[in-house]
Design a protein around this ligand. Structure first.
Ligand SMILES: NC(=O)c1ccc[n+]([C@@H]2O[C@H](COP(=O)([O-])OP(=O)(O)OC[C@H]3O[C@@H](n4cnc5c(N)ncnc54)[C@H](OP(=O)(O)O)[C@@H]3O)[C@@H](O)[C@H]2O)c1
Length: 338
């Protein structure tokens, strides 16, 4: 049987800052037959993560950079079409490190999870029941440790991780304040994701609005952005506040190390704690997290939005678009209409 045709999106330049469309190229070819221990997956959805900026950069990250000429590293969700591994059969729904391509021929170890929940959409396992929801739940509870009645502030609050973090904090009995870019995103925070207050950082300095919406200070700051937005939140930290450093979306390039205010005095005075979180350190907790998240999705307490682009042609500009803030919810590229 002829090998199936495959379009891949490969990295062709190592940019300074966020990769733009011209830093990728679409390449047509055939998908090789799987060897023993490998499976072949037809990707239905490709994930787009802000973290891809770091995966491409050759400095200051927690993983090896994607090589020039390599398929862009990405999580994806799809269906097994051929298997030479005893644990997988054609028709199995899986998520894993399958890359920005139509068909992935990969060792079975690249699978993150077999998706057996037939009542839930496959795409959700890349977002609210995947990297975004799991990060929101584990980072918030393990690092932020919010208690009922506390005030939790979340940046990128209308995005995939932020909207989940805000809703989970609310489920845990907290008061929630979201920070997002633009009036439409503020509306989504309030109307769709149940934040008690939401602030548009693009409308001007946020200090006064933060003070008004957090009269007793900020107990937990779930930080997805760093930079000047976070500087303003630090100024409002409550006594014994916890800051979860989950992302640094506002700093697009770490090669010229940005400077900012010194935080030591605030941390000392407020006996506050800052801790970084990387989801990949917590693989042992994924299943429990998915069980909790899925229960909330099923009973309607946890909602999510998806920002879906169609076709491989959308890949090259998809990451840059995320950094232009054009996504409303989890950004995905759909390759198969189901
Ligand atoms: N640590 C981990 O293990 C882990 C895992 C997953 C994700 N994350 C992090 O979580 C954060 C959110 O990820 P996501 O997948 O949910 O993406 P997202 O929030 O759905 O999309 C990214 C958002 O970042 C915001 N943004 C872009 N450029 C910005 C800038 N210059 N200043 C401020 N905000 C900017 C935009 O929202 P606005 O329009 O509101 O500005 C954009 O919509 C990212 O920092 C990501 O790296 C961390």
């Amino acid at each position: 049987m002829a090998d199936p045709a495959n379009v891949r999106c490969v990295l062709v330049n190592r940019p300074k800052g966020v990769a733009q469309a011209q830093d990728f190229k679409l390449v047509a070819g055939d998908a090789p037959e799987p060897a023993q221990g490998e499976i072949q997956v037809r990707n239905h959805f490709l994930s787009v993560e802000p973290a891809m900026r770091g995966w491409i950069a050759d400095m200051n990250n927690y993983s090896e950079p994607v090589g020039i000429g390599e398929v862009m590293r990405a999580l994806a969700a799809g269906e097994v079409i051929t298997s030479r591994h005893p644990d997988y059969r054609p028709g199995d729904r899986v998520t894993g490190w399958f890359g920005w391509q139509e068909i992935a021929t990969v060792p079975a170890e690249k699978v993150v999870r077999k998706v057996t929940e037939s009542d839930l959409p496959l795409s959700a396992f890349l977002g609210i029941l995947g990297i975004n929801g799991i990060t929101a739940l584990l980072a918030l509870t393990k690092v932020g440790q919010p208690k009922a009645g506390e005030t939790v502030v979340v940046s990128t609050a209308a995005g995939a991780v932020g909207s989940a973090a805000g809703q989970i904090a609310k489920i845990l009995g907290c008061r929630t304040v979201g920070i997002a870019g633009g009036a439409h995103k503020v509306r989504a925070c309030l109307a769709d994701f149940g934040f008690d207050a939401a602030i548009d950082y693009k409308a001007g300095p946020i200090d006064a609005a933060l003070q008004a919406s957090c009269p007793d200070g900020v107990d937990v700051y779930f930080d997805n952005v760093a930079g000047t937005i976070s500087d303003a939140v630090y100024r409002q930290l409550a006594l014994r506040a916890r800051v979860v450093v989950c992302g640094t979306a506002s700093i697009t390039d770490w090669s010229d190390w940005p400077s900012g205010p010194r935080l030591e005095r605030i941390l000392l005075r407020q006996r506050a704690r800052i801790e970084g979180f990387v989801i990949f350190d917590h693989a042992a907790d994924y299943e429990d997290a998915i069980t909790r998240l899925a229960a909330w999705v099923r009973d309607g307490r946890l909602t999510y939005r998806e920002d879906i682009l169609d076709g491989m042609a959308a890949c090259p500009d998809a990451l840059a678009g995320l950094y232009r803030g054009e996504n409303e919810g989890k950004r995905l590229i759909r390759l198969v209409q189901t």
